[in-house]
Design a protein around this ligand. Structure first.
Ligand code: ATP
Ligand code: MG
Length: 673
C-alpha cells in the first residue's frame, strides 16, 4: 500500500490507521505517534470512502489540539477550503457536547443560546445561593462547593444520587443535596450550564429521548479519542453511548501519562474497554520518534519505579544525544538566571519557541518570568492565570453576555453595579425577589422595576441607565455595527473603561481590553465568540506563540513537544508535590511520577532538570532537598552543571542591563551530592 496517507508510518502504525472496523485500542508510550495515527486514520476513513466528514467524530484534549488535527487532515486530504475541514466533528468533549446541546436545548428546558459558566462564575453563584439559603459553613465554602460538585458531575453523580459514599453524615448530606439542587435550578433559570453539565445534559437528553441518541449513533460511523487515559467516567459513558451502533471506536492512550485522576479521570477505563467491547483489537506502538536516546532512557528509568503498569517498551533509532543536564541553583533567582542564559545560548537566532520551561505549580512561574524578562527573552505563560481569567476581561465578557442574552443572571449580577450605578445590595435583593415572583430573569425584573416605578432614587436611575445601555448595544448590532465596535462603545458609554484605567495597573488592563476587542473582531458573530471563549479551557488555546519561550504547567504540556525542555524545581515537596502525598501517599506518588514522566518526554533534543538550594516561599526562606525522582534516574546519563557559589550580583553577571547573547552562567563543577 503506497498511499501518501500511509507514508512515514511504521508497520503497527499502519495497521492502526487502516484497521477500520470494530473497536480498536492503541496503547503506547509517549512520542510513539499515537496522535499522528489518529490524524492519518481520519484522513484514511474519508479516502477509503467509509464515511463523509460529518460522520466522523474525533475527541482531542484541547481546542488547540483540535485545530491542529483539523489543519493536518485538511492538508492530507488536499482540501482547499477550511470550510471543508469544518464539516468534521473534531473537538473537545465539552465543545462537541455544547454543539449537540445547542440543537436540542429546548428539550431540556434551556434555550439555544445558553451560556457556559466557568469556575469563577460558579463560585459567585454559590456565594449568592449561600447567602440566600442562610448557609454559612466554614468547610463548605463556595470554592469547595464548586470543586466538589464538579467532581461529582465527572462521576455522573446528580443531587439525587448522593449517598453516604460522598458524604457520610446524613444530615450534612441533606444540606449539601439541597444546595446542589438549588444550584441546578438557578442554572436552569439563568439559561446556563457549567462544564460538567455539558456532558451530563447530553446523557440525560439521550436517555430521555432515545430517538435523538439513535440519530447520532447512526450518524457517527467512526469515533476517535486521543489521550484516552484521561477520560473520566461521564466521558466514557458519552463515547460508549455514541458508538453504540457501529462500534467503530478507536481510542489511543498511555497509562503512564494519566495525570488527571483529580479530575475524575479513570485508568480503569482502559481496562474496562476490553470488557465493554469484547471484540477489541489492541495495537502497541513501541518506537519513539520524538526524543533522543538519553531522554528516553531517563524517562523510562523514572517511570519504571511505578508498580502495576501495563508492560510497554520504548526504543528509538535516534542517537543517545546530549546528556541530561542537571543544575543545582543557589536560589530561585539563580535558577531563573541559569535557564535564561541557557536559552540565549540555545536560541541565538531568537527562535525562542523551541524552548519550554515546565513547572509543577503555577506559583513557580514568577521568578522564572523575572529572569526571562531581565534577559530580554519573550515568553508566554500557559496554564497560569489565563488571559481570559483576568478580572477586566471577565467583566467585559459579562457585558457582552448580557447584550447577547436576556437570561444570563450571572453576568448581569457581575456588571449591574460595575462601575457603580447606585445599585446596592438592597436594590439587587429586590430585583431577585421580583425575578423569583415573576419567574423571570434579573434583566427582565430590572425592566419591570423601572417601568412600574417600583424602585426609587439612585437605584431607579441606575437601572434605567443600564437597561438603556444594553438596548443601545443591541440596536447597534441590529444596525450592522460589528460586535467589536459595539464593545468599544459599550465599554466607553458604560464608564467601565474609565473605571478600569484608574485601577492599579490600569494601562495593562486597558491593553487586555483592547486585546479582547481584537479577538472579537476576528470572529464572525458575538454568539460564536462567546461560545469559543466559554470553551477555551486552557491557554494552549490562546494567542500566537511565535518566537516565545513557553512557560507551562506540566498538566497543560500534555501532547506537546519542544526541542529543549527545562523541568524546574525538581525538589521534594514540589515534584512530587507535598499535597499529592497527604491522603493516599502511594497513589499520589505514582501520579506525581507520571507527571514528571510527561514533562521529561516533551523534550526532543535536550532535557534540563534544575533545583534550587534555597527559595522564598510565602515570605519565608526554605531549603529544598533534591527530589527522589532525581535519584531514580540512571545516574550515568546525568551531566552535573554544578551550582554557583556566590549570588553576588555583578560578580558573576547579573542579567540586568546586559545585552542578550553575551551571558554565560558560571560553570563550577561539584559532585552531585
Ligand atoms: P504523546 O504520548 O506525548 O501524546 P504521541 O504518541 O501522540 O505522543 P505523536 O505526537 O503523534 O506521539 O508523535 C511524536 C513525534 O514523532 C511527532 O513529531 C510525530 O510527527 C513523529 N512521528 C510519529 N510517527 C512517526 C513516523 N512513523 N515517522 C516519523 N516521525 C514520526
Ligand atoms: Mg499525542
Amino acid at each position: 500500500m503506497d498511499h501518501p496517507t500511509l507514508h512515514h508510518l511504521n508497520a503497527p502504525q499502519r495497521q492502526a490507521v487502516t484497521t477500520l472496523d470494530g473497536p480498536l485500542m492503541v496503547l503506547a508510550g509517549a512520542g510513539s505517534g499515537k496522535t499522528r495515527v489518529l490524524t492519518r486514520r481520519l484522513a484514511w476513513i474519508i479516502q477509503q470512502q467509509q464515511a463523509s466528514p460529518e460522520e466522523v467524530l474525533a475527541v482531542t484534549f484541547t481546542n488547540k489540539a483540535a485545530k491542529e488535527m483539523r489543519n493536518r487532515v485538511q492538508a492530507l486530504l488536499g482540501l482547499d477550503a477550511p470550510a471543508q475541514a469544518h464539516r468534521f466533528w473534531i473537538g473537545t468533549f465539552h465543545g462537541m457536547s455544547a454543539r449537540m446541546l445547542r440543537q436540542y436545548a429546548d428539550r431540556l428546558g434551556f434555550e439555544r443560546d445558553f451560556t457556559i459558566l466557568d469556575s469563577s462564575d460558579q463560585e459567585r453563584l454559590f456565594k449568592r445561593l449561600c447567602e440566600e439559603l442562610g448557609f454559612a459553613d466554614a468547610y463548605w465554602t463556595p470554592k469547595r462547593l464548586t470543586h466538589t460538585i464538579g467532581r461529582w458531575k465527572d462521576d455522573g453523580i446528580r443531587p439525587q444520587d448522593l449517598t453516604d459514599r460522598e458524604i457520610r453524615k446524613a444530615w450534612e448530606r441533606a444540606r449539601i443535596q439541597q444546595m446542589y439542587e438549588r444550584y441546578q435550578q438557578a442554572l436552569l433559570q439563568s439559561n446556563a450550564m457549567d462544564f460538567g453539565d455539558l456532558l451530563l445534559h447530553c446523557l440525560q437528553l439521550w436517555q430521555q429521548e432515545p430517538a435523538i441518541l439513535a440519530a447520532f449513533q447512526q450518524r457517527f460511523r467512526y469515533l476517535l479519542v486521543d489521550e484516552y487515559q484521561d477520560t473520566n467516567h461521564v466521558q466514557y459513558r458519552w463515547i460508549c453511548a455514541l458508538s453504540g451502533l457501529h462500534q467503530n471506536l478507536c481510542v489511543v492512550g498511555d497509562d503512564d501519562q494519566s495525570i488527571y485522576s483529580w479530575r475524575g479521570a479513570r485508568i480503569e477505563n482502559i481496562l474496562k474497554f476490553e470488557e465493554d467491547f469484547p471484540q477489541t483489537k489492541i495495537i502497541r506502538l513501541e518506537q519513539n520518534y520524538r526524543s533522543s536516546g538519553n531522554i528516553l532512557k531517563a524517562a523510562s528509568g523514572l517511570i519504571n519505579h511505578n508498580k502495576g503498569r501495563m508492560e510497554k517498551q520504548l526504543w528509538t533509532e535516534d542517537a543517545q544525544g546530549d546528556a541530561i543536564h542537571f543544575y543545582q541553583a543557589e536560589n530561585d533567582e539563580d535558577e531563573a538566571r541559569f535557564v535564561a542564559s541557557e536559552i540565549l545560548t540555545l536560541c541565538p537566532a531568537g527562535d525562542y519557541q523551541q524552548a519550554a520551561i515546565l513547572v509543577r505549580t503555577a506559583r513557580q512561574t514568577r521568578s522564572l518570568e523575572e529572569g526571562l524578562m531581565r534577559a530580554g527573552i519573550p515568553y508566554q505563560v500557559v496554564g497560569g492565570l489565563r488571559f481570559l481569567d483576568r478580572a477586566e476581561v471577565r467583566d467585559a465578557l459579562a457585558y457582552l453576555r448580557v447584550v447577547a442574552s436576556n437570561r444570563d443572571d450571572v453576568a448581569f449580577e457581575r456588571v449591574i453595579n460595575l462601575p457603580k450605578r447606585g445599585i446596592g445590595p438592597g436594590a439587587l435583593q429586590s430585583l431577585r425577589e421580583i425575578a423569583s415572583q415573576e419567574r423571570c430573569s434579573l434583566l427582565h425584573a430590572a425592566r419591570f422595576a423601572v417601568e412600574s416605578n417600583t424602585m426609587k432614587g439612585a437605584a431607579a436611575k441606575g437601572l434605567a441607565a443600564f437597561i438603556q445601555l444594553i438596548e443601545h448595544a443591541r440596536s447597534m448590532l441590529a444596525d450592522d455595527i460589528t460586535p467589536a465596535e459595539m464593545l468599544t462603545k459599550l465599554l466607553a458609554l458604560s464608564g467601565y473603561r474609565d473605571y478600569v484605567r484608574d485601577l492599579e495597573k490600569g494601562n495593562d488592563r486597558i491593553d487586555n481590553l483592547d486585546e479582547l476587542r481584537n479577538a472579537l473582531a476576528r470572529t464572525e458573530s458575538l454568539q460564536l465568540f462567546l461560545e469559543e471563549v466559554a470553551l477555551a479551557t486552557d491557554l494552549q488555546d490562546g494567542g500566537p506563540v511565535a518566537n516565545r519561550v513557553v512557560i507551562s504547567t506540566l498538566h497543560a504540556a500534555k501532547g506537546l513537544e519542544f526541542p529543549w525542555v527545562f523541568l524546574v524545581g525538581v525538589e521534594e515537596d514540589v515534584m512530587p508535590h507535598k499535597l499529592a502525598l497527604t491522603e493516599q501517599p502511594e497513589i499520589g506518588l505514582e501520579e506525581e511520577r507520571r507527571l514528571a514522566y510527561v514533562g521529561m518526554t516533551r523534550a526532543k533534543q535536550r532535557l534540563y532538570l534544575t533545583m534550587a538550594r534555597r527559595r522564598w516561599l510565602f515570605n519565608k526562606p526554605v531549603m529544598p532537598i533534591k527530589s527522589r525522582f532525581l535519584k531514580e534516574l540512571p545516574q550515568e546519563i546525568l551531566e552535573d552543571r554544578g551550582f554557583r557559589v556566590s549570588s553576588r550580583r555583578g560578580a558573576t553577571g547579573s542579567l540586568a542591563g546586559l545585552p542578550g547573547g553575551s551571558l554565560h552562567h558560571q560553570k563550577v563543577r561539584f559532585p552531585l551530592r
